[in-house]
Design a protein around this ligand. Structure first.
Ligand SMILES: NC(=O)c1ccc[n+]([C@@H]2O[C@H](COP(=O)([O-])OP(=O)(O)OC[C@H]3O[C@@H](n4cnc5c(N)ncnc54)[C@H](OP(=O)(O)O)[C@@H]3O)[C@@H](O)[C@H]2O)c1
Length: 323
């Protein structure tokens, strides 16, 4: 019988769609003895999963519950197949992205400070912040206290499972969407990443939603940040190292752009890091994929992969095929 290890913290009811022809092995956070498994569903927190791995024997398939799996190949080596939970984070991460965009355009981080200070009148600082950041010299009356998303140009770098969900959620705002992926696709008007530099100056908002790989490391560096419009918003919902942190700190401190980051490089961000003190920046501590629905959705993906595996069918979300 196929032996499938899973984190014991998950309630049994979430495993009800798993095939009946498997033996389920609940795994504690730490093991003091070896355990033989065929399939390993690691704890969603990589730091916990990494500690368990040295005690696991015989694993042929890893069903990761996250979309990003970059920590797994160096841990398990090339002889293990690895799948991610593509699709399980679509709604949560897309909602984070929409919230971050709206929060920044509506100046919510600033109004949060105003609220804590109990200074109602500070809201009239927004017009000058807006004019300076956006280099918008129009004499606007009444003054700008909030900006609009509707009609803006959004450049989405990465147009996969989550990117398509973000696009769906952006629809009511009637934005002009420019899509970028690895290569151009005429079918859904996707540009190749090789065109990125020519597209960046067109965007009011740049959303990063692609994996961190050798190719995407520091994809957004000083040169790309310099190509962004004055006051444009960079939203990183993907992985921290896709952006050159030093270049981002410089661009923010110079007042050229604004940013919303769910992910940073490094993570966790040290208490004394320069990013904490940058203006026009919203940081959340890598929580974009988090939701009360997360475990149910990611274990449903795992259940589907197990049905395929038992039937000898191709798996849906292979990120590494065992050699
Ligand atoms: N903040 C969070 O909590 C959180 C939660 C979940 C996921 N994420 C991040 O989001 C990423 C995307 O997830 P997903 O489920 O949407 O993945 P996905 O379905 O695999 O889509 C990835 C997209 O990125 C594109 N891409 C890959 N390499 C690229 C490159 N070198 N240049 C340009 N585009 C490239 C792909 O292009 P093609 O279409 O050409 O293949 C595809 O459009 C994950 O890898 C993870 O890092 C973050």
């Amino acid at each position: 019988m196929l032996r499938v290890g899973y984190p014991a913290v998950f309630p049994a009811e979430l495993l009800r769609d798993f095939p009946s022809e498997i033996e389920l092995i609940p795994l504690p956070d730490l093991l003091d003895h070896d355990v033989t498994l065929d399939v390993w569903i690691p704890d969603p927190y990589a730091v916990k999963a990494v500690k368990l791995w040295p005690r696991l024997r015989g694993v042929k398939l890893v069903l990761c519950q996250m979309a990003g799996t970059e920590w797994i190949p160096p841990l398990v080596g090339p002889h293990v197949t690895i799948c991610n939970a593509r699709g399980a984070h679509n709604i949560s991460t897309a909602e984070w992205t929409l919230s971050a965009i709206l929060a920044m355009l509506k100046h919510f981080p600033f109004y949060g400070e105003v609220q804590r200070e109990g200074l109602w009148k500070r809201r009239f600082e927004v017009p000058s912040r807006y004019a300076e950041l956006n280099a918008d010299a129009r004499p606007l009356y009444p003054p700008v206290l909030l900006e609009e998303l509707t009609g803006k140009t959004v450049l989405m770098v990465g147009h996969g499972s989550i990117g398509k969900e973000i696009e769906r959620m952006l629809e009511p705002f009637r934005v002009k969407l420019i899509r970028v992926a690895r290569s151009a696709r005429g079918t859904d008007a996707v540009h190749a990443v090789s065109e990125l530099d020519s597209l960046l100056p067109q965007a009011d908002i740049v959303v990063l939603i692609l994996p961190h790989t050798a190719e995407t490391d520091k994809l957004i560096g000083a040169a790309q940040l310099a190509l962004m419009r004055q006051g444009a918003l960079l939203v990183n919902a993907a992985r921290g190292p896709i952006v050159d942190t030093d270049a981002l700190v410089a661009a923010l401190n110079s007042g050229r752009i604004r940013a919303a980051l769910d992910v940073t490089d490094p993570e966790p961000l040290p208490v004394d890091h320069a990013l904490w003190h940058c203006p026009n920046l919203l940081i959340t501590p890598h929580v974009g994929g988090s939701s009360p629905e997360f475990a149910r959705r990611s274990l449903a993906v795992a259940a589907s992969e197990l049905h395929h595996y038992l039937a000898g069918e191709p798996l849906d979300n292979v990120v590494q095929l065992a050699v």
